[in-house]
Design a protein around this ligand. Sequence first.
Ligand code: MN
Length: 248
Amino acid sequence: MSTKNTSRRTFITDAAKTTAAVALSATVLPSFANIIAQKSSTSVLGIPFSQRPLPYGYKDLEVAIDATTMEIHYSKHAATYAKNLNEAVLAEKVDINSVSLETLLGKISKYSPKMRNNGGGHYNHELFWQSMTAKSPLKPEGKLLAAIEKDFGSFEAFKTQFTDAGKSRFGSGWAWLVLNSDKKLIVGSTPNQDNPLMDISELKGTPLLGLDVWEHAYYLRYMNKRPDYINNWWNVVNWEVVAQRFNG
Ligand code: MN
């Protein structure tokens, strides 16, 4: 009899959790629109931070990044950031009904190193995967191209500045194209998994394009030659997605 009662209680608890998770997902999803679309059904610990599927296959970016690197990077490194972010959110009792990931990053100094490293790690990688395509137009057009030419002099000058930002970032980090609060495009880099949304970041603004320059992103093919990785990466940039972020 006690077994029966226990299993019934378990069932009721599980059903309540499922209902709560569905309700949570419906509430949270709109605040993550465009950049971080979440699915609570595949999330860890019932909290909706999870990886979107890649918009291409592991082999499809081989002109720049080999398939093994893509697979390990997405399914191991980035997956771990999502898992650890869920743990941090749970441990620090963040009410994700009322705060988006972007908002949380904006006051990251109030949270633990685990939240900073993994909140940044999850955001940065989700942005990174969407910023690449096997069918790159190789350069932007329209309003984004005009803004780049205005703020950097030319598209080539922008590429040189961005490449230099990635090359000169000491150790692990990211290079960024950012729209700052003066609506000006700027280039810079951040250490580790920090990003320009964070209150602790020197480089601040809305990230439009980010490049992972951690060794795990390129070492199998390029070993010590980070500049070669960056030069080849220009061949897979999804300028249409970057333009959508700029126009939004
Ligand atoms: Mn990475």
